[in-house]
Design a binder for this molecule. Structure first.
Ligand code: MV4
Length: 452
């Protein structure tokens, strides 16, 4: 096992990793920018190293700085968390070259999944159902038209280097296709320096359902159920739950087994998430994430697994200590991402937390690096923390969430807590009757215009 893990991240996920390391008896090194000197992850780590100025590219993304910090402290492994360098294949390779274990998948798998065309090609070859579309990239208008007529309009042009919704263009009819292609190409080139695009059938009202998997790189893999992440705003997840209210046990087991089987064939190593759109009873692969995700706690709550501990054990070379039949998913869990943003306009609200009182009690978990007196810097994402609740049933989890949200006090900055208080009282949310467009429609219809 590792002796010392350097955590190449900040905020709640840095704390989350620290806690897992501590339970395994592994020493921890925090790194931080000058904007994060007073951050909780710095206070709780065994050691800390300042690696640069506030801008992420000069600190949390600064690979030479991170390697130097490993060298100085004698860290033998790096956990990248999510965001920052977590899906940077080059960084994973450089770590390996310096005999520092990267706590994540093989660089080869990070690279494949980072290219959405390659990811889809790989998924298809592994037997994962995909959205109908072009076999690979699209090079000219004629080819696009042939594919579009085959799959039928509307179609969606996506950037190979995209993901997270950037560089997508819908073509409703043949008349829109040429322009959609050109715009998507130009935007992809500007955003990613790569103008490769591909074509898919545009699904009008899907849900976003993702499968959590764990593989040990030795050919063993399991799935740990799904998460329904359909409630998003501008491609930012807002509330996630597991199990999905849209699936039955049979569908869950079927798609889960397809994913686990694919990961066995790939000899995938570490935690990963296979993202699907789900519509009319069918699953369509869109992307795979090769990192731990923000919403991983809801999977932990229903499985009893510690996914970060699992990532660390796998990276140290341990085979999975369980088989699929040992994975026992029980009850229901829901997560709210509490951001320091105005609950209706989503304007970021950095600043000092004047009073902080997180909820507690049965079935309530708060993953946060916030504390009373903490100043949320303007340089990074605006997440204050995640409120996660668990219940034996979805209804129990919802009742618990309503209660926990009413206890949660964060004064001094705006937060999205009022949005969640409105969502848990909404009948369509209570019924689980939502798709990927539900939240934006709710907000556009003035759902939050009269809060408090
Ligand atoms: C789609 C789609 C409809 N049809 N693909 C957006 C982010 C990226 N990960 C994939 N996305 C979508 N791909 C096809 N073929 C609709 C979206 C989409 C979306 C997906 C998941 C969650 C929220 C979304 C919001 C808008 C569009």
């Amino acid at each position: 096992m590792f002796e010392k893990i350097l955590i190449a991240n900040r905020g709640e996920i840095a704390l989350r990793i620290l806690r897992a390391a501590k339970e395994l008896g592994i020493a921890t090194v925090a790194v931080h920018s000058t904007a994060d000197s007073e951050a909780m992850h710095v206070k709780l780590a065994d050691e800390s190293v300042c690696i640069g100025p506030p801008a992420a590219r000069d600190s949390y993304l600064n690979i030479p700085g991170l390697l130097a910090a490993c060298e100085i402290t004698g860290a033998d492994a790096v956990h990248p968390g999510y965001g920052f360098l977590s899906e940077n294949a080059k960084f994973a390779e450089i770590c390996a070259d310096h005999e520092i274990a990267f706590i994540g998948p093989k660089a080869e798998h990070i690279r494949i999944m980072g290219d959405k065309i390659e990811a889809k090609r790989t998924a298809r070859a592994l037997g994962i159902p995909c959205v109908p579309g072009s076999e690979g990239g699209i090079t000219d208008d004629d080819e696009a038209m042939r594919v579009a007529e085959q799959i039928g309009f509307p179609v969606l042009v996506k950037a190979a280097a995209g993901g997270g919704g950037r560089g997508m263009k819908v073509a409703r009819t043949a008349l829109d296709l040429s322009e959609a292609l050109a715009t998507a190409r130009t935007e992809a080139k500007a955003a990613f320096g790569d103008d490769a695009v591909y074509l898919e059938k545009y699904l009008e009202k899907p849900r976003h359902i993702e499968i959590q998997i764990l593989g040990d790189g030795l050919g063993n893999a399991v799935h740990v159920g799904e998460r329904d992440c359909s409630l998003q705003r501008r491609h930012q997840k807002v509330l996630e739950e597991t199990p999905s209210p849209a699936l039955n046990q049979d569908q869950r087991q079927k798609i889960g087994e397809i994913c686990a089987d694919a990961m066995r064939k790939l000899k995938y190593s570490g935690a990963g998430t296979i993202e699907f759109l789900y519509e009319n009873g069918e699953f369509y692969f869109i992307e795979m994430n090769t990192r731990i995700q923000v919403e991983h706690p809801i999977t932990e709550m229903i499985s009893g697994l510690d996914l970060i501990v699992e990532q660390i054990k796998i990276a140290s070379g341990a085979p999975l200590a369980y088989r699929q039949e040992d994975i026992d998913l029980r009850g229901h869990a829901i997560e709210c991402r509490v951001n320091a943003e105005h609950p209706a306009t989503f304007r970021p609200s950095p600043g000092k937390i004047l009073y902080y009182h997180p909820p507690g009690g049965v079935g309530v978990r708060v993953d946060s690096a916030a504390y009373q007196g903490y100043v949320i810097p303007p340089n990074y994402d605006s997440m204050v923390g995640k409120l996660i609740v668990q219940g034996r049933t979805r209804n129990e989890a919802l009742m618990r969430l309503r209660r926990a949200l009413d206890e949660f006090i964060v004064d001094g900055v705006d937060t999205t807590l009022p949005l969640f208080r409105a969502l848990v009282r909404n009948s369509e949310i209570q019924d689980g009757a939502y798709d990927i467009h539900w939240l934006e429609k709710f907000l556009a219809a003035g759902g939050m215009d009269h809060h408090e």
